[in-house]
Design a binder for this molecule. Structure first.
Ligand code: PEP
Ligand code: MN
Length: 363
């Protein structure tokens, strides 16, 4: 069976919705369960604002050693108390077969596969194998740390192959070298492509790990809902400044409450004549774009033939440089972003070079 066949038959995770009229999921809780008091205090505050699913990490995949790496099995007892006291569903991260068995034997309802684990097919398969014994579990798969959609889909497929049918994805952004605004760059197009390929799969956004800082939680959450994500996976701690992991990105339960009150939920679809006519115009523009690109490629191939006949190198940096400068200036005059035009021109140029190399080698 194709990945898409299996994954499209999975059920959505819509029953985790928070509140009566809300159409998105909220999973919230501390990065790590640290103490019994901190875990329970945070959970009680979250339950008061209507959160139905409590997250807390027990086994923490930290980048460097010799720091807090989670309380491990000891925290399972605290999670059980959270369930008894609040009735919330429990979610925790699993990275090995032992974690899966320990968590699910302890009444955890939802497990998630972290970004580091998702990169490793052996680890994901090991988790999937144990999950066969717990078919009722809901499993959420974070994107791998590297921007590889196939690896992400592969992990989802391994879980689906093991008989789990309540599966969701979590978009938490991708690692890159150097300092950036975001701790993990969103690269939204990868999540959008995942949604295109697997339209029935629920995708949550994790603005905490994506942004890496409190002040980015609101804009990232709003942006993800505007793009049609199915909910949020957020780190909340009763005392974020004192958190033993990810202190800068955790918010208080009160801050989560005001975030949820400020988020604007937009309609999924609105089919009015006006929108219809604008969409027709867009279709027309796209048709023209494709035609013009095909014309451009044909000319480019003619240039390729000329270069071959005259023994010229394919890439002429001066010419490419001139094209870029002229198009960017033109774009600016037409009030378009220069980065946007630069990236479009570079993809077009890359394809032209590919076409010309093809002529050089094959005709
Ligand atoms: C987490 O959610 O606590 C976590 C470790 O996230 P990630 O796998 O996205 O780094
Ligand atoms: Mn964290």
């Amino acid at each position: 069976m194709m990945a898409s066949d299996i994954l499209n038959s999975i059920s959505s995770i819509s029953d985790l919705f928070i509140g009566e009229n809300t159409t998105y999921n909220v999973i919230a809780g501390p990065c790590s369960a640290e103490t019994e008091k901190q875990t329970i205090e945070t959970a009680i505050e979250l339950q008061k604002i209507g959160v139905k699913v409590f997250r807390a990490g027990l086994w923490k995949p930290r980048t460097r050693p010799n720091v807090f790496e989670g309380v491990g099995n000891k925290g399972l007892q605290w999670l059980r108390e959270v369930k008894q006291l609040t009735g919330m569903q429990l979610a925790t991260e699993v990275a090995t077969r032992e974690h899966v068995a320990a968590a699910l034997d302890s009444g955890v309802d939802i497990v998630w596969i972290g970004a580091r684990t998702c990169t490793n097919p052996f680890a994901v398969q090991e988790i999937a194998d144990v999950l066969r014994n717990y078919p009722e579990t809901t499993v959420l798969v974070k994107n791998p740390v590297n921007p590889d959609i196939e690896l992400w889909i592969g992990a989802l497929q391994r879980i689906a192959n093991s008989g789990i049918n309540r599966i969701g994805a979590i978009h938490r952004g991708f690692s890159s070298y150097g300092n950036h605004i975001y701790r993990n760059t969103p690269q939204w197009r990868i999540a959008i492509e995942l949604h295109r390929r697997l339209p029935n799969l629920s995708i949550l956004c994790d603005p905490s790990h994506m942004g890496g800082s409190r002040d980015l939680i609101t804009p990232l959450s709003q942006q993800s809902l505007d793009m049609g994500f199915n909910g949020l996976f957020i780190e909340v701690h009763c005392n974020p400044e004192k958190a033993l992991s990810d202190s800068e990105q955790q918010i208080t339960p009160a801050e989560l409450k005001s975030l949820l009150n400020t988020l604007i939920i937009r309609r999924k679809q609105q089919s009015t004549d006006n929108l219809q006519s604008l969409r027709l115009q867009i279709d027309q523009c796209d048709n023209e774009l494709i035609e013009i690109l095909s014309k451009r490629m044909a000319i480019s191939r003619e240039i390729g033939t000329f270069k071959k006949e005259h023994d010229m190198q394919i890439v002429q940096t001066d010419r490419y440089d001139e094209i870029l400068r002229r198009r960017v200036a033109q774009a600016q005059e037409m009030e378009m972003s220069s980065t946007f035009i630069k990236s479009i021109m570079s993809v077009i140029h890359e394809e032209s070079v590919r076409q010309q190399l093809d002529i050089l080698n094959n005709q």
